[in-house]
Every structure is written in structure tokens, then in C-alpha cells.
Design a protein around this ligand. Structure first.
Ligand code: PMP
Ligand code: GLU
Length: 397
């Protein structure tokens, strides 16, 4: 069957593919340690589950406005004011089916054919594909670990061309854990505002920062920044609600209205029951966060220490999210079965086959010298998986 040409330009999500493969092997009885999953290993808190069960019992099981329930928009407005110092009206908020959906919608609504979007690399796997699906052109801006994988305002200014429509900022970032400071963000936003480019600020990991780093929204660093920013956030990571599929977007009213129109002909409203659960998450005192933050911080220290002791591996300590992104170029230069390993994909396959450890190759994030390891798994799994990984790496030379 001949499907549309646009489908030939995109690849399946490697993060979801590896997670699915690891889960399938595990279900089949194979002793796999899964470092692929980008989801907290904590259960959704009971007070959130109860709100959903109450919604079902009360018959809150019908269509809501396509752009989301009034009640959840209010909760999002309050959250953005309380936690991010951002004043939005209800008409500047739209509820989406997960933050991934927010990103998809934004590009569908913003891009004309050939419009360019600057994407700092390493990037989250979905960004370039979502841009391409909307007919846009991803323009990758490489960063290095020498600058904590950050772009600078000066670099950005040089990259902006007449076709540049948007920039993506993801802080704290997936896969690098990079967290931009307020000053760095302000300098970047000054360039964006002066050059009239919109910034998609993906803030899904905002609550996961370490070493005293504080998340600041790109929309809040300058008075004019809000007019040029589309803030993307959701409940997946902060409240361990990945399966509930609730994300949201805040931005200029006309853009938000267009996203509502798009949803009215695509998904309609996000699940009414999940929206009730998200209201509970955003309005009741968070109980799961401090526990998650403590556990992730402890695991981060452990994982970075273990990785840096492995031959050919160099790992920076990330400042946010729940991933480490070690440089494995020292391993890729070694050989397996008489052939240089060469690519992150081949190394990841070797680790899966030999150590039964699932990691995501850096290739999908635009950085082939790296692997991504999620530490959103128990300390026992981390100990076991890293032990096996070390043994497997000692065996190549
Ligand atoms: N942005 C980033 C950077 C992510 O890592 C994820 C993880 N899935 C998302 C957005 C999407 O989250 P959601 O589950 O809300 O779609
Ligand atoms: N964002 C997570 C990750 O990067 C979940 C998987 C996905 O949505 O791609 O692993």
C-alpha cells in the first residue's frame, strides 16, 4: 500500500520502540533491565486516582469543550501564576492529550511549508519528526558537553535566517539533563524577541532539578517574552501520570484558539476522566514530588559514578530530568567480532544481547557518540544493570 509521502520522512519513536521491546522481552520471561523507559517508576498517587474514580462515579464521562475543561484550564492558570510567575487568561490555555500532542499541535498550527525550526542537539527524538510532519524543516544546532549542551544567545543569533520561524528550548532537557539559568534564558529570549521568532518552551521536567538549580520558564524572563513563547507542560513526569495523557499549552490567544480548532477536528477533548485527575494533581498539595526528587537525586549520583568507572565511558553529571547521557566514543572505537563497533545503535544492540540491558542509542537524539540511560528505575535494577553493562564493556577491546 502506498501511504502518504510525509510518512517516508519520519521514523518510529526510538524511545518508545526500545521501551516496548524491553517490556515484551520481560513479559516473555527474559531477565531484561530496562534503562530505556522515560517514565517515572512511581505509581500515580492515590489522591489523583481517587479523583478519577470519583469522576467516573459522578458520570463525568461525556464530551467537554474540545480545548479542555474550564476547571482544568483554571487549575493550569493558577499553577502558571503560582509556580512560574506567569499571568495567563483562560483563553490563553489549551489542554492536550499529553505534552507530545501539545508539540504536534503547535507545529501543525504554526508552520507553513519550508518554515524552519531551530532544534538544539542533542534533542528529544520527537522534535524533528513533529516539525517534518507539519511540513517544516528542522535546523539542527549542535551543542557539546564542553558547554553543558547549551546553545548561547550569540550562536543563536548567527543561525537565524529569513525562513526561521521557531526555536525549541527544553529545560530541563531530555536526553542531556541540561538546565538553563535565568540569565542564559533571558539572553536567548532577547534574541528571539528581537528577531521575531517563536519559542516552544518544553517544560515537562520542570520539577526535576538538582544541585540547587531552579527551573525558570522562558516566558517569564522578559516582559515581552510571553508574546513569543508557547509554554508546553503536563502532568506526565511531575505526577507520575504518563498513561493518563494530559498536557497543556499556554501562549498568545490567537495561536491557542487555532490549536483548539485543530483539536475540534482531530482528538476532540482530552479524556474527561484524566482531566479530573489532572485537576487534583495541580490543585492538591503534591505528595509524590519530594519522594521522587530524593530518589532520582540519589540514583543520579550513583549512576554517574558507576559509568565514569567504566572503560571508554565519560559521563557528565546532569542537572535535571532523569536521564544520563554518557559519551561512549571510547567504546565505539573498539571492536566486536573483528569489526569496529562504530555506532551507538550497534553498541546498544550488543548491550541488549549480551548484558540484557536496554538503553537508547544516541543516534535518535542527534548525537551518535552517546547512549541514553534512564534512571527512572529502582536502585536494585540500576545496580544489577550497571554491573552487567560494565562486564559487557570490559569484554570488548
Ligand atoms: N517532552 C519531552 C522532552 C519528553 O521527554 C516527553 C516524554 N514523553 C514529552 C515531552 C511528552 O510527554 P507526555 O507523556 O506528556 O506526552
Ligand atoms: N519522553 C520519554 C522518553 O524520552 C517517553 C517516550 C516518548 O514519549 O518518546 O523516553
Amino acid at each position: 500500500m502506498q501511504t502518504a509521502r510525509r510518512m517516508k520522512r519520519i521514523a518510529p519513536s526510538p524511545t518508545l520502540a526500545i521501551d516496548a521491546k524491553a517490556k515484551q522481552l520481560k513479559a516473555g520471561g527474559v531477565d531484561i533491565i530496562n534503562f530505556g523507559a522515560g517514565e517515572p517508576d512511581f505509581d500515580t498517587p492515590d489522591y489523583i486516582k481517587n479523583a478519577a474514580m470519583e469522576a467516573i462515579r459522578a458520570g463525568y464521562t461525556k464530551y467537554t469543550p474540545a480545548s479542555g475543561s474550564q476547571e482544568l484550564k483554571e487549575a493550569v492558570c493558577d499553577k502558571l501564576k503560582r509556580e512560574n510567575g506567569l499571568d495567563y487568561s483562560m483563553k490563553q490555555i489549551v489542554i492536550n492529550c499529553g505534552a507530545k500532542h501539545s508539540i504536534y499541535n503547535i507545529f501543525q498550527v504554526m508552520l507553513n511549508p519550508g518554515d524552519e525550526v531551530i532544534i538544539p542537539a542533542p534533542y528529544w527524538v520527537t522534535y524533528p519528526e513533529a516539525v517534518k510532519l507539519a511540513g517544516g524543516r528542522p535546523v539542527v544546532m549542535k551543542t557539546t558537553d564542553k558547554n553543558e549542551f547549551k546553545i548561547t544567545a550569540a550562536n543563536l543569533r548567527r543561525r537565524i535566517k529569513p525562513k526561521t520561524k521557531m526555536l525549541i528550548i527544553n529545560s530541563p532537557g531530555n536526553p542531556t539533563g541540561t538546565v538553563y539559568s535565568e540569565t542564559e534564558l533571558r539572553d536567548i529570549m532577547k534574541v528571539a524577541v528581537a528577531k521575531k521568532i517563536f519559542v516552544l518552551s518544553d517544560e515537562i521536567y520542570e520539577h526535576l532539578t538538582y544541585d540547587g538549580m531552579r527551573h525558570v520558564s522562558a516566558a517569564a524572563v522578559l516582559p515581552e517574552a510571553k508574546d513569543w513563547t508557547l509554554v508546553v507542560n503536563g502532568v506526565s513526569k511531575s505526577f507520575s501520570m504518563t498513561g493518563w495523557r494530559i498536557g497543556y499549552t499556554a501562549g498568545p490567544e490567537d495561536i491557542i484558539a487555532d490549536i483548539g480548532t485543530l483539536q475540534s477536528h482531530s482528538t476532540s477533548n482530552p479524556a474527561s476522566i484524566s482531566m479530573k485527575a489532572a485537576v487534583a494533581a495541580l490543585t492538591q498539595p503534591a505528595s509524590v514530588l519530594p519522594e521522587m526528587q530524593r530518589a532520582f537525586n540519589e540514583r543520579r549520583e550513583y549512576v554517574v559514578g558507576r559509568l565514569n568507572a567504566m572503560p571508554g565511558v565519560v559521563c557528565q553529571k546532569p542537572r535535571g530530568a532523569f536521564y544520563v547521557f554518557p559519551n561512549v566514543s571510547g567504546v565505539l572505537a573498539k571492536s566486536l567480532d573483528g569489526k569496529v563497533i562504530g555506532t551507538s545503535m550497534r553498541l546498544a544492540e550488543y548491550l541488549l544481547d549480551t548484558a540484557r540491558v536496554a538503553v537508547v542509542p544516541g543516534d535518535g537524539f542527534g548525537a551518535d557518540d552517546y547512549l541514553r540511560i534512564s534512571y527512572a528505575t529502582s536502585m536494585a535494577n540500576l545496580q544489577k544493570g550497571l554491573e552487567r553493562m560494565e562486564q559487557a564493556l570490559q569484554a570488548v577491546n
